[in-house]
Design a protein around this ligand. Structure first.
Ligand code: BJW
Length: 239
């Protein structure tokens, strides 16, 4: 893997760094990607953008829960991989470090990352459809109803056609606009507004680097593309 002297210099000198991650960073932990490898995730004959949508939530909340319960069961035993650990290490290395993830699996936090901006929520939380209070489900059974008001619960994740958590994108965009180095890892760059962050960083003058085994629509705006798996490429950056 050839890492340019320019990227090595910027990695050594940068003070403000923003990392954007997607499903690919968890692929080596065993979490299936959504669109990777030319396939798309399908659940009971439904493409994920049908089952993971605001429309399905309105129409059939139990079906949405079945899909998310299945995934929580499956994810429970999964562990972070060297990519997650490397990113967690970067928060000590750079004076101002921001990790923005589209992932809902909690593996960054399990690897030790703090203050992660979760654009698409977290699969280990449920949220009340009425009062919006959240309930932690890690290591416990999903409550039948909201423990505060008794109304229905839903997964605390952002489905297609839903707004992102209040303030999350705004904070990420602010950090993107002021970072010197932006590293985009394991995302197909198809889902907005997350995919707009590297564009914001680039327009503001940051050096933008992508890590992905496949080219993406973002590759064209990147200053450098490191083609490979996150768990293999990321540890090379500090050496
Ligand atoms: C590896 C690897 C290894 C593999 N190492 N890499 C502007 C233009 C057009 C449309 C829109 C727009 N703005 C908004 C929209 C609509 C929509 C959207 O973007 N649609 C596009 C798809 C066309 N966006 C939304 O609806 C968002 N809401 C919103 O904008 O609100 C405002 C609004 C409301 C109403 C109307 C209009 C606007 C919300 C998006 C929510 C996304 N939710 C999901 C599901 C979460 C719940 C669940 O898990 O079920 O989030 S969709 C899914 O995609 C998931 C992911 O976070 C997200 C991104 O996917 P990601 O992470 O990039 O994964 P993949 O699988 O796509 O790619 C994996 C990559 O890894 C590949 O490139 C591999 O090569 C790579 N890889 N192994 C490194 N080892």
């Amino acid at each position: 893997m050839a890492i340019s002297p320019e990227l090595r210099r910027r990695f050594a000198e940068a003070r403000r760094v923003l990392v954007l991650t997607g499903a690919g960073v968890s692929a080596e932990s065993g979490v299936p990607t959504f669109r990777g490898g030319g396939n798309t995730t399908v659940w009971k004959g439904m493409p994920f953008d049908v089952i993971s949508s605001a429309e399905m939530l309105e129409r059939n909340l139990p079906a949405v829960w079945e899909w998310f319960d299945y995934r929580r069961d499956f994810m429970e035993a999964l562990m972070p991989n060297p990519g997650h650990y490397e990113i967690a290490h970067w928060q000590e290395r750079f004076p101002e470090f921001t990790l923005v993830t589209q992932n809902i699996d909690g593996l960054h936090q399990k690897a030790g990352s703090r203050d992660v901006i979760e654009l698409h929520g977290n699969i280990w939380r449920a949220r009340c459809v009425a009062c919006r209070s959240t309930h932690d489900m890690s290591g416990t059974k999903r409550p039948e109803a909201c423990l505060e008001c008794g109304d229905s619960l839903r997964p605390d994740v952002v489905l297609f056609g839903e707004f992102l958590p209040p303030g999350a994108f705004e904070l990420a965009a602010e950090r993107a606009a002021t970072c010197e180095l932006c590293i985009v890892i394991g995302t197909s760059g198809l889902v907005y507004p997350a995919a707009g962050l590297p564009e914001i960083a680039k327009s503001a003058g940051a050096y933008v680097c992508e890590v992905n085994p496949e080219p993406t629509p973002l590759s064209g705006i990147c200053d450098e593309v490191l083609m490979g798996k996150a768990g293999e490429v990321l540890p090379l950056l500090r050496s």
